[in-house]
Design a protein around this ligand. Structure first.
Ligand code: 6R9
Length: 574
């Protein structure tokens, strides 16, 4: 790891807020945040109560909670509306005996019903598992099987990708926009919710009871189910307040889909715990559409991702023609390194700094951030929030001095830290192998003012457009294709997407390399797994570099790709 080369050291900005920051850090107590929750006084815990019902109980039921739009619909719902809709859905689940601790998955495109049902699941104390709509059969089956989901909410279109006959634990399927089909165990969302009571007493839980599961990729094995518990709400609320800077009159828009952690922690929990109007835009990304969304709903706080900002930058000034973005007062980013160039472009276009934030599926909420009031150094992820301690450690767990590159680690615990990895305690323990610390898997360094600078992943995990892709998952799918003998997958640097997926493939006897075959193989991964997991580049090789134990050496593939020395080859096969 060693020292960072001096040429890439950032300019040392004199920080006027240094003493304020030190004071905020030393005076901070999580208990002061906890006092703002009703459970602090009543002992009755339930995320959906805290995020929705509580606002109604406290007289804010008529405030706008959800502003949903896509090319076909535009609808607004108040907190009282969400209370009623989620209660109805919760009653449907109870009728079928679904409750505390059961896993209920939701596999559907963004729509108001996705949000109603997600909240309904939480109300009855079940654990919700939102699945990204682009997942194909294998990806869906793996997740439902591993989690032991007992119920699934989906649409007629997406139901075609659910192999429910192979999932004995999946007892109930509730379809939005379809009639009931009792013979095939299909319930109709509309029929069931219409017949259900509009009131429901939530299931009261403890802070350690389950909340949500998100599957995420590592470098080996299938995606792992990151299991979060109710106490995460403390940090969702807190970061919503101090990082997103949410205030009662805000109109907030997080562009992430609830299939990913940003789309739930910051597309559902943080805004609603803070009682603000939450914009959800369905459909796909386009610069025009996104800018119009900001203008139409007068969005004030906007949370998006570097890939989107780079695409908006690439779309040029013409995409802004006739559009008024003056409602924006706070813009944030997450998911990948935010290039200093993009920050400076944002200064001009949005008339303010884009605030980078760092966190992970496993961490549940933001940890290292640029938040309002602090000096931003373009290219830095910011500083640990008051209440969070971060450090750079060597592989043995020693803290390294400023400007040394090493493992980005967080002092345990913090409220939104994952509860476990579902069915895989060993994987969970790996993150905590150094006592007292969570090891993120990212490498970074800290400067002498405590700002953190991202350097890369320590493992082979690929980050393409902010989505984490495990090379192993893609390789496993690739070798299911009849032409593929062996496959090795790496992330190849890309200006727009951060990284793209590149696959090196050796072919079976009787198959010849061709463009058609590349297209066919890419389409095969897309159809089996999902579009974002499909390789954008394929290169055929006679042989792939392997260790003597047979593992494909991705490190060597990467070196080939980048024309770098391949490093230590002592374990290579021949
Ligand atoms: C929330 C989310 C986590 C990984 C993380 C890191 C990368 C996230 C970043 C960033 C540089 C930032 N990452 N934020 N890299 N700067 N501000 O993205 O969760 O999908 O689990 O990804 O994303 O590598 O380890 P997740």
């Amino acid at each position: 790891m060693g020292q960072v080369h001096s040429e890439i050291l950032p300019g040392r900005v004199q920080n006027a807020n240094m003493t304020d920051y030190s004071r905020a850090v030393s005076e901070f107590r999580w208990e002061d945040v906890e006092k703002e929750f009703s459970w602090f006084h009543t002992g009755k815990v339930n995320m959906a109560h805290e995020a929705i019902d509580r606002h109604v109980a406290e007289g804010r039921g008529a405030a706008t909670a959800l502003i949903y739009s896509d090319s076909a619909r535009e609808e607004r719902y108040t907190f009282a509306d969400l209370q009623e809709r989620s209660s109805r859905f919760g009653n449907v689940l109870r009728k079928y005996g679904i409750g505390k601790g059961d896993r209920v998955f939701i596999f559907m495109p963004r729509s108001p019903e996705l949000y109603f049902s997600l909240l309904g699941v939480l109300k009855v104390g079940a654990v919700v598992g939102p699945l990204f709509e682009a997942f194909m059969e294998t990806a869906v089956k793996d997740r439902l099987e591993d989690s032991g989901a007992v119920a699934l909410v989906t649409t007629p279109e997406l139901l075609k990708r659910v192999r429910h006959e192979e999932l004995p634990e999946l007892r109930h399927i509730i379809v939005v926009g379809a009639k009931a089909d009792p013979e095939h165990g299909i319930l109709s969302y509309e029929e069931e919710t219409a017949a259900a009571a509009a009131e429901l007493e939530p299931e009261w839980l403890t802070l350690e009871d389950g909340l949500i599961m998100h599957y995420t990729s590592g470098s080996t094995g299938k995606p792992k189910g990151v299991y979060h518990v109710q106490r995460a709400m403390i940090q969702h609320y807190y970061t919503g307040k101090i990082v997103l800077d949410l205030r009662p009159d805000d109109v907030y828009w997080c562009t992430a889909d609830p299939g990913w952690v940003t789309g739930t922690s910051y597309g559902i929990f943080a805004p609603w715990l803070n009682g603000v109007a939450n914009v959800v835009r369905g459909g796909r990304f386009s610069p025009q559409d996104w800018y119009k969304t900001i203008e139409r709903f007068a969005v004030t706080v906007w949370y998006s991702a570097p890939t989107a900002f780079r695409m908006l930058m690439g779309a040029g000034l013409s995409s802004l023609q006739g559009i008024d973005l003056s409602s924006l007062r706070h813009v944030l980013s997450v998911g990948e390194p935010l290039n200093p160039e993009v920050v400076r472009w944002g200064d001009k276009i949005y008339n303010q700094r884009i605030h980078d934030t760092w966190w992970m599926t496993e961490t549940g909420a933001q940890l290292i951030c640029n938040y309002p009031g602090m000096d931003i150094k373009p290219g830095s992820m910011g500083r640990p929030l008051p209440g969070i301690e971060a450090a750079i450690l060597d592989d043995r767990g020693n803290e390294l001095p400023p400007y040394s590159m090493g493992n980005l680690a967080i002092r345990t615990p913090w409220p939104s830290m994952m509860g476990t990895i579902w069915n895989n305690k060993a994987k969970y323990d790996e993150y905590f192998r150094i006592p007292g610390w969570y090891i993120s898997g990212d490498s970074a360094y800290m400067d002498d003012e405590g700002y953190f600078w991202f350097q890369g992943r320590i493992d082979d995990v690929i980050n393409s457009s902010g989505e984490r892709i495990g090379p192993f998952e893609v390789e496993s799918k690739l070798i299911e294709h009849p032409a593929v003998a062996e496959a090795g997958v790496i992330g190849k640097p890309d200006v727009l997407r951060g990284e793209i997926i590149k696959a090196f493939i050796s072919l079976r006897e009787g198959y010849l390399p061709s463009m058609e075959l590349k297209d066919e193989i890419a389409a095969f991964v897309k159809a089996g797994l999902s579009a974002h997991a499909a390789p954008r580049e394929i290169e055929f090789k006679d042989k792939l570099p392997k260790t003597r134990s047979g593992k494909i050496m991705r490190r060597v593939l990467k070196a080939w790709e980048l024309h770098l020395p391949a490093g230590d080859l002592s374990t290579i096969e021949d």
